[in-house]
Design a protein around this ligand. Structure first.
Ligand SMILES: Cc1ncc(COP(=O)(O)O)c(C=O)c1O
Length: 415
């Protein structure tokens, strides 16, 4: 009898039997409020009836129409439909299966299009676990440890994590951009840099919104040096931050390549990159493809996801409920000095635990996270020290569910 690899760790003890909206039900019939949403994936909630119907219909019609062999309608319709929500200049899309794969496709495109080799990523960023994506990732040692040598041509610059530095956001942005300018005249000469890759909210690295002035500063430098700006919107896309894309919180910071995955298909494995026609045309012939990319059922689910987001006003709901959630969590933190910072954008909210002398308090975060699960609220941790407890409910979450979650969180923190 085979068993799962012991390296596969589970954040909660739950064995899930089914999912319904913002809830999952375990094999013993206990209901949990799921504020993990499958790590930000089930954007329309678990098993939204419209997504289920679209997938069921597609399963009975065509499951796999391999896109470098034949073309199928759900893929063509999805490409067209994404044009309604993508920045207008990004009018060419290419589909894959996972976030990591899409990150690697973006690097491949950036290197081929510019003829340059270096990609600059930012401290604490998470871009995936495959070898190329892991080489860009510094959110924690577990992604990189023991697998070197890593892919070359990667340089790292500071991320404006104001809370960590103990600075104002302005100070952190000024410092980070100054260090980036220095990097471009030292270890990573600008003429060798193909791209900057950045998350609009640092995700696995601690749920830190990227200050708009930083994104604008990256755009400025990219334009000045012929560098491409890649927005890794794997976690921040599809309405999660209260705008359709996370980078839209910064005016004028439209990326050259946008990466999407997670919420795109409400749980079916689907990812993609978007770029302008001119840029995408610079991908070398045959360099884009894959056996499963743009799977017909996943594309049908993505089309239904877009319908649901639009019909139910989920982007606006994410903004509204995100504010309510942050407000509630800030009130809990006011009574618990161990929660040193509550921050986020839309329905991506983090609670950072610190000791009285300001050091990361992983033990307290771990205890609060486990206590929340015991009380029926599923959450995740993040950050290099695992001392940030994050909340990522589906975009359909209602005010009373937010209030219920905040109440359970207050009890968990007290416990
Ligand atoms: C910002 C970001 N990029 C890339 C990835 C990798 O995506 P996947 O796990 O689908 O490969 C993730 C996953 O959490 C992510 O949050």
């Amino acid at each position: 009898m085979a068993q799962l690899s012991p390296a596969l760790k589970q954040a909660t003890p739950v064995q899930v039997a089914r999912g319904e909206g913002v809830h999952v039900v375990d094999t013993a019939g206990r209901r949990y409020l799921d504020f993990t949403a499958g790590i930000g994936v089930t954007s329309t909630g678990h098993c939204h009836p419209k997504v289920v119907a679209a997938a069921q219909e597609q399963v009975a019609t065509l499951i796999h129409g391999q896109y470098t062999t034949v073309m199928h309608q759900p893929l063509l319709r999805l490409a067209e439909r994404l044009g309604d929500v993508l920045p207008s200049a990004l009018d060419r899309v290419f589909f894959l299966n996972s976030g990591s794969e899409a990150v690697e496709a973006s690097v491949r495109l950036a290197r081929q299009a510019t003829g340059r080799s270096t990609v600059v990523a930012f401290d604490g960023g998470f871009h995936g676990r495959t070898m190329g994506a892991a080489a860009l990732t510094t959110s924690g040692s577990k992604i990189r440890a023991g697998i070197g040598p890593m892919m070359g041509g990667v340089a790292f610059a500071p991320f404006p994590y104001a809370f960590r530095y103990g600075w104002t956001e302005e100070e952190a942005v000024a410092f980070s951009l100054r260090e980036l300018d220095r990097l471009l005249i030292t270890a990573a000469p600008a003429a060798d840099v193909a791209a900057f890759i950045v998350e609009p909210v640092l995700g696995e690295g601690g749920y830190v919104p990227t200050p708009p002035a930083f994104l604008a500063g990256l755009r400025e430098r990219a334009d000045a040096h012929g560098i491409l700006l890649i927005a890794d919107e794997v976690q921040t896309g599809f309405g999660r931050t209260g705008k359709f894309w996370g980078h839209q919180h910064a005016e004028g910071a439209t990326p050259d390549i946008l990466i999407t995955a997670k919420g795109l298909a409400s749980g079916f494995p689907l990812s993609g990159i978007a770029a302008s026609e001119e840029l995408m045309a610079k991908a070398w012939p045959g360099s884009q493809g894959g056996t499963y990319g743009g799977n017909a059922v996943a594309c049908a689910a993505a089309l239904a996801t877009l319908d649901v987001i639009e019909e139910e006003g989920l982007v606006a709901n994410a903004a509204e409920q995100g504010l309510r959630l942050r407000d509630g969590l800030q009130k809990v933190a006011a009574d618990h000095p161990g929660i040193a910072d509550v921050r986020g954008l839309g329905l991506m909210v983090g609670n950072e635990f610190c000791t009285p002398d300001g050091a990361p308090d992983t033990a307290a975060a771990t205890r609060a996270h486990a206590a929340a699960a015991e009380k029926g609220l599923l959450l995740l941790t993040c950050g290099p020290h695992g001392n940030v407890v994050r909340m990522i409910p589906p975009l359909i979450v209602k005010a009373e569910q937010v209030d219920e979650a905040v109440g359970l969180w207050a009890e968990a923190v007290r416990a």
